[in-house]
Design a protein around this ligand. Structure first.
Ligand code: DPP
Ligand code: ZN
Length: 878
């Protein structure tokens, strides 16, 4: 495939002022007529041809200013349309007819049908699968869309913008017309048609605009969008309050779709969602599902300003809208729920998803400079690290200057297709700061190591801190210059309070609770200390770095107990537990079975029981890191089998130590039946209660508690927690099989819940899991073409079942590659995404490395790999 480079960016030769489209939706095909009002851009050579993008298109008509274009004046192929002899200066209209086959579109890009519903997905390059177009984000136009369909098949017809007309047509057909008055790039285009239920509401914006809100679902499910609607309204109000951003159309529509590649899509005024992020109630969804819906609803809504009103100049700038919008949705959740709990869960996600990406063969900077397939750059680095960079900017500037920079960005770039440089320039201006060193964060890939050491001089009453940053060259081969790292910290006294310390040296700037490290190394001396303080370092995870800090077990235990900063307590305990497990796993590989000390596990029991902390935070503190997380900490020559056994044994020991405490906590936290609330506080209590079930069951070595909880569960969080313990810890027991059968019988007709049933079995560490998963592929409810179902089974195994995926005989690797090859022929984007499970193969032990490489090489040797999957496989092998 061809490599696209940022440095080659040039604006298009032509501009598109206006787009008018008519969709004639029929069973079996759809005819699209697109009328473009265009003009050669000033300064472009008069003889330059117009080259439009296409993808698997078939042209049915082509006219210029109303007259058919003669065949010698154009060249057409499924992926391009080139037209010569266009006017040198004047505006012209081009009419392009295309015929589509939505039912056959299993890539789920462009126009397709999901359970009979016509819908579209155009980001990043799906619009070129609908019509020939300048399908690039810097081509902005206003759109008018007319939809025609059979009234019974599609009583609901939606498009971007505001509805302007509708009515009946002969032969049981009808039409609807929509106008989107806002300039937009083609990737934000959307239409939907189908038999849909609707949940309606409305809201008045801060300046008095009345907005009709609607969430459309498949028949019979609208009631399950109640929480999503509530989250939408809260998002709209929050964006007014926090960022001064108001909604700008008369309607805001959301449609929930069963077959969807992404989580959701922010199309202007017509968000299309994976139904997973819309539909829920307490019987079918876990608390994590509720939080996910809230986050994604907010995220897509916030895109209206950060993404839609201000979009990206080119796809290299993806983080301009995604990193910023993730930052905004994280802030929303922090304000709506608990700030430390949200921060901890974001840090957890970043370390689990982005750190391995940064340390492996798929490494790329937050703003990449080359790609072969843009679909493969919707990554944790662009999204989650991208958000961390915005968060650092806010830390460096402080709240007021950050907000002023955002205001300037909205004002200056409204209606633009902008770049990261544009974004940063707004903050440099409002803060009157040179941010060029900060900007390195966007261009240099990799996770810097932040090495910290301290020494206390009792006589002088000083604490000397040395901080060093180092960035190694990784797969991306980008620069390694020192960056601006904001390091938040606290010096904690024995009484559990922060000591106000004076910095004596200005080697690196200390302002308030932040050290600004801008050089490779810096030494800072704090004076006036009459006791050795505990150093609470990198509070709030103020920079996405790998902390290397020789911290004694005693200090970590003390901070886990004393740090007045909740994040700091979690950090100290998590590092203590994680390092202990990683050390034990390394040692085990050399010299046989190891254990984690009771002192460490005792600190977990203490945290679980600390009523000064909110339950959700206690749940975070007392959940052992997962096997993949432990593998990440082990870092090289990983043996997943050892990690699996070590973790299970540690869980059992924790359950023994915590036995009485955990049991009485579980009794206290039990909710009276029938009193379900989805609130963060209730969810936190369930989280704590449920996270204690795993150690208690492991200690007992019996499934009784879990079986009882499963039988008595009145909500999905409790039910899933119990079923997970049964399937993970007691896969062979009859009660576990019975529970799985019961779960299936209860929820057979509910696809979202059934995904959980598939995923859970794929994630079972049992010896016969591969055979079972193979059987699941032939289950009557399995459908490879449905991304959620494919992700449940393939992702359940490759992403959530390390001891089976990394089986010593390589059968796990081969099975995953085999299914990916099948999936690739249907849906390349989803196949490529699942293939990233191999990104850490080089950190495995030599025998596993060999197996993984062999499986990947065999996959790479397949002839018909999509560009998407080939790109991932080849980069992973490099
Ligand atoms: N829909 C995806 C998101 O919101 C891509 N824009 O992140
Ligand atoms: Zn987004």
């Amino acid at each position: 495939g061809q490599i696209i480079k940022l440095e080659d960016y040039l604006p298009a030769d032509f501009v598109i002022h206006q787009v008018d489209m008519t969709f004639d939706l029929r069973d079996g095909h759809a005819d699209v007529l697109t009328r473009l009002v265009m003009q050669r851009r000033e300064g472009v050579a008069a003889e330059a041809p117009l080259e439009l993008d296409g993808d698997e298109l078939s042209l049915t008509s082509l006219a210029l200013n109303g007259t058919p274009v003669s065949p010698q004046n154009y060249t057409v192929a499924p992926d391009s349309l080139k037209i010569d002899d266009l006017p040198a200066q004047d505006q012209f209209t081009l009419e392009i007819g295309t015929r589509l086959h939505p039912e056959q579109n299993t890539k789920l890009m462009g126009l397709y049908r999901s359970n009979g519903i016509w819908c579209t997905q155009c980001e990043a390059q799906g619009f070129r699968r609908i019509t020939y177009f300048l399908d690039r984000p810097d081509v902005l136009a206003t759109y008018k869309v007319r939809l025609e369909a059979d009234k019974a098949a599609a009583p609901v017809l939606l498009a971007n913008g505001n509805p302007v007309a509708s009515g009946d047509l002969p032969n049981g057909r009808h039409f609807a017309e929509w106008i989107d008055p806002h300039l937009k790039p083609s990737y934000l285009f959307a239409i939907v048609g189908g038999r849909l239920d609707v949940l309606k509401d409305s809201l008045t914006t801060i300046s008095g605009r009345h907005v009709e809100l609607a969430i459309y679902t498949e028949p019979g499910l609208a009631e399950r969008a109640t929480y999503a609607m509530d989250a939408l309204k809260r998002s709209m109000w929050w964006d007014e309050r926090r960022f001064g951003r108001e909604y700008d159309l008369d309607v805001f529509n959301i449609v929930a779709i069963s077959d969807f590649n992404m989580g959701a899509m922010e199309n202007k005024g017509l968000n299309v969602f994976n139904h997973k992020y819309v539909l829920l109630d307490s019987e079918t969804a876990t608390d994590a599902d509720y939080a996910g819906v809230e986050t994604v609803i907010a995220h897509e809504y916030f895109h209206n300003w950060t993404g839609n009103r201000i979009t990206c100049r080119d796809w290299f700038q993806l983080c301009l809208k995604e990193g910023l919008t993730v930052y905004r949705d994280q802030e929303f959740s922090s304000d709506e729920r608990s700030r430390p709990v949200k921060r901890i869960s974001c840090v957890h996600t970043l370390k689990a998803n982005q750190f391995p990406e940064d340390q492996g063969p798929l490494q790329h900077p937050v703003r990449p400079t080359t790609y072969r397939e843009i679909n493969n750059f919707y990554t944790a680095t662009v999204y989650d690290k991208g958000s961390e960079l915005v968060r650092m900017l806010a830390t460096i500037l402080g709240e007021d200057k950050f907000r002023a920079g955002m205001d300037l960005y909205f004002e200056r770039h409204d209606g633009d297709a902008a770049t990261i440089e544009d974004f940063i320039a707004c903050f440099a201006q409002t803060a009157n700061m040179d941010l060029s060193q900060f900007a390195l964060w966007y261009n240099q890939a990799g996770t810097p190591r932040l090495t910290v050491s301290q020494s206390y001089d009792a006589k002088a009453g000083t604490l000397t801190l040395n901080l060093q940053q180092q960035l190694d060259k990784g797969a991306a081969g980008t620069g390694t210059l020192p960056m601006h790292i904001p390091v938040r910290f606290g010096l904690v006294g024995a009484n559990g309070q922060d000591i106000a310390a004076e910095a004596a040296s200005d080697d690196a700037r200390v302002s308030g609770d932040t050290i600004h490290l801008t050089t490779a190394s810096a030494t800072i001396v704090f004076t006036g200390l009459n006791q050795r303080p505990l150093l609470s370092i990198l509070r709030d995870f103020s920079a996405p770095v790998q902390l290397q800090y020789e911290e004694s077990e005693a200090d970590r235990l003390a901070l886990a107990r004393l740090d007045p900063d909740a994040y700091g307590r979690w950090r100290a305990l998590t590092d203590l537990v994680g390092d202990s497990l990683a050390d034990a796993a390394r040692q085990w590989a050399k010299s046989g079975p190891q254990t984690v000390s009771d002192t460490v596990l005792g600190a977990i029991v203490e945290a679980a029981d600390d009523t000064s902390l909110e339950p959700a935070l206690r749940a975070q503190m007392c959940s052992l890191p997962g096997e993949t997380e432990i593998a990440r900490l082990v870092a090289e020559d990983v043996n997943p089998e050892i990690i699996h056994t070590l973790r299970l044994q540690t869980l059992a020991r924790l359950g023994m130590l915590g036995g009485e405490t955990f049991r009485s906590l579980r009794a206290e936290l039990a909710e009276p039946a029938g009193e379900f609330s989805a609130s963060a506080a209730s969810a936190g209590r369930r989280a704590l209660r449920n996270c204690l079930l795993a150690p208690l069951s492991a200690a007992a070595g019996r499934p009784d508690d879990a079986a009882k909880q499963y039988a008595q569960a009145t909500n999905m969080s409790d039910r899933m927690a119990a079923l997970t313990v049964l399937v993970h810890q007691f896969p062979q027991e009859l009660v576990s099989q019975d529970a799985l059968t019961d779960f299936y019988n209860r929820f057979e007709s509910d696809p979202l819940v059934l995904d959980k049933w598939f995923a859970l079995q794929a994630a079972s560490p049992n010896a016969d899991t591969l055979e079972r998963v193979e059987a699941l592929l032939h289950h009557e409810k399995f459908k490879l073409a449905n991304p959620n179902r494919a992700r449940a089974v393939i992702g359940g195994l490759a992403g959530a079942n390390p001891s089976v995926f990394h089986r010593a005989d390589g059968a796990g690797y081969r099975w995953v590659c085999g299914v990916l090859l099948q999936l690739d022929s249907l849906n390349p984007q989803t196949a490529a995404r699942m293939a990233t499970a191999f990104r850490s193969w080089r950190s495995m032990n030599p025998a596993l490395r060999q197996q993984a490489e062999a499986a990947l090489r065999q996959l790479a040797a397949s002839e018909n790999l999509s560009r998407d999957l080939r790109d991932i496989v080849e980069r992973t092998l490099k």
